[in-house]
Design a protein around this ligand. Structure first.
Ligand SMILES: Cc1cc2nc3c(=O)[nH]c(=O)nc-3n(C[C@H](O)[C@H](O)[C@H](O)COP(=O)(O)OP(=O)(O)OC[C@H]3O[C@@H](n4cnc5c(N)ncnc54)[C@H](O)[C@@H]3O)c2cc1C
Length: 402
């Protein structure tokens, strides 16, 4: 895509296309670090942020981002638990969540405040409008003529054209949030509750107590196919409600989705706009979580001069390329080398052998070579499928770091 020559003064410093997790985090980071900047945030859905509960380890977020990030956090816990056949462990890494509602309200509040004439900068939020990216400095919203800005930031998530996607496994989720009569028996999350009766693919229940009598129960499955298994989800969730003695429950929200867990890097055409979030590869390929890298991208963008942004973002992605490659390699191992019914053993081993510092660095996407070696080395799991693994390399495009 050839950059459009700036023949007229740009109307905005930044145009953020996509008001999901990455786009809204960016709006907050820019308001904090560059209060003088004029920012346009365009979301094609009727509201910002979709319908999510975005969890993360508190250690995923660097100290320097805390100023703008802290007010967005909806819930926090001092630790969490994992449960596998033969292993139950409490992990003492603080855990937290941002809900779509909180992030949406905070972003709209920012727009309101910024529109006040007393403030030099402004955030303009436009929802319900699809935005086409014409060049790294121009967008087109609906049938309007083009809008010029100093920098376009592509935060369109998986909707963005990402080149050849390569092969991937999938992580699918179906979560229900309940209000229950009485108290939920656990005060801390259980991020993996793995039962021995694995049905089809590696599956577990994710449990997030959002208050004394509010809980999110999310069925998660790692599988070769992207389809959610709604019947199985209902069965697993209902079994947990019964086990917890929650007989009078009211379902207040549902979230559902599917994340690819790629083996190969996506490619973006040369000269594309600077991309963050899922569109730009700023997510953890092996956990499927976006928060650590989305916050890092938002910090980077808001601290660098817009004219040097494309080069700095490319440099940061290149610096992270070994980690990104390793995360994708783990996906390849998981989906191509390990039999479906044995995949849970890989995660049990992860939680059995790794101390908390290594777990924290892995989730934060700041792991070292020594962490990577510790994750890989050891007795291999049973049920390896080396031929399938070898075949997974065939006909893959040459990986290009994003
Ligand atoms: C059920 C589920 C649970 C998850 N849980 C977690 C979790 O606990 N922690 C975590 O870190 N991650 C989690 N994830 C992953 C995380 O939600 C995504 O990786 C993250 O949302 C990616 O952020 P993004 O901003 O790149 O994309 P999105 O959040 O998908 O946002 C992209 C936005 O761009 C908009 N858009 C697309 N095209 C256009 C256009 N042409 N014009 C204008 N707007 C456009 C879309 O409507 C969308 O709102 C979960 C995912 C799912 C599905």
């Amino acid at each position: 895509m050839t950059p459009a020559p700036l023949t007229a003064a740009p109307a905005f410093d930044y145009c953020v296309v996509g008001g999901g997790l990455q786009g809204c985090l960016l709006a907050h980071a820019l308001a904090w670090h560059r209060p003088e900047a004029a920012v346009l945030l365009v979301e094609r859905a009727g509201t910002l942020c979709g319908n999510h509960t975005w969890s993360f380890h508190e250690t995923d977020v660097a100290q320097e981002a805390r100023g703008w990030f802290e007010p967005l956090v909806s819930h926090r816990w001092p630790g969490y638990r994992v449960r596998f056949p033969g292993l139950s462990r409490r992990v003492r890494i603080p855990y937290a969540t941002i809900t779509s509602d909180r992030l949406r309200d905070a972003t709209l509040a920012l727009a309101d405040k910024a529109a006040c004439p007393a403030r030099p900068g402004r955030l303009v939020v436009r929802t319900g409008e699809s935005c086409e990216i014409l060049s790294p400095t121009a967008v087109k919203i609906g049938g309007e003529s083009e809008t010029l800005c100093r920098v376009v930031l592509d935060c369109r998530g998986r909707a963005a054209p990402a080149g050849t996607p390569g092969k991937a496994g999938y992580q699918t989720f179906i979560g229900h949030e309940y209000e229950i009569a009485g108290r939920w028996p656990a005060a801390e999350p259980t991020v993996m509750d793995v039962r021995p009766d694995q049905a089809d693919g590696f599956e577990f229940l994710y449990e997030l107590p959002l208050g004394p009598s509010r809980v999110l129960l999310e069925y998660t499955r790692f599988h070769e196919e992207p389809a959610c298994n709604a019947l199985r989800a209902a069965e697993v969730i209902s079994a947990r409600l019964t086990e917890a003695g929650a007989t009078h429950v009211k379902q207040i929200r549902t979230e559902q989705g599917c994340l690819p867990m790629p083996y190969a890097a996506a490619q973006r055409p040369a000269g594309s706009a600077v991309a963050g979030g899922y569109a730009g590869g700023w997510y953890h390929a092996a956990t499927g979580y976006s928060m650590p890298l989305a916050v890092r991208f938002a910090e980077l963008v808001s601290r660098v001069d817009p004219d040097r942004l494309a080069a700095e973002v490319a440099r940061a992605a290149a610096d992270d390329r070994l980690r990104r490659g390793f995360a994708r390699f783990l996906n390849r191992l998981l989906f191509c080398l390990v039999r479906s019914e044995d995949r849970w053993k890989i995660f049990r081993r992860f939680y059995r052998v790794l101390p908390e510092e290594r777990i924290a660095r892995f989730y934060a996407h700041r792991f070292t070579v020594s962490d990577a070696a510790r994750i890989l080395l050891g007795r291999p799991p049973s049920g390896l499928a080396p031929i399938r693994f070898a075949k997974s390399f065939a006909s893959l495009p040459r990986p290009v770091p994003t």
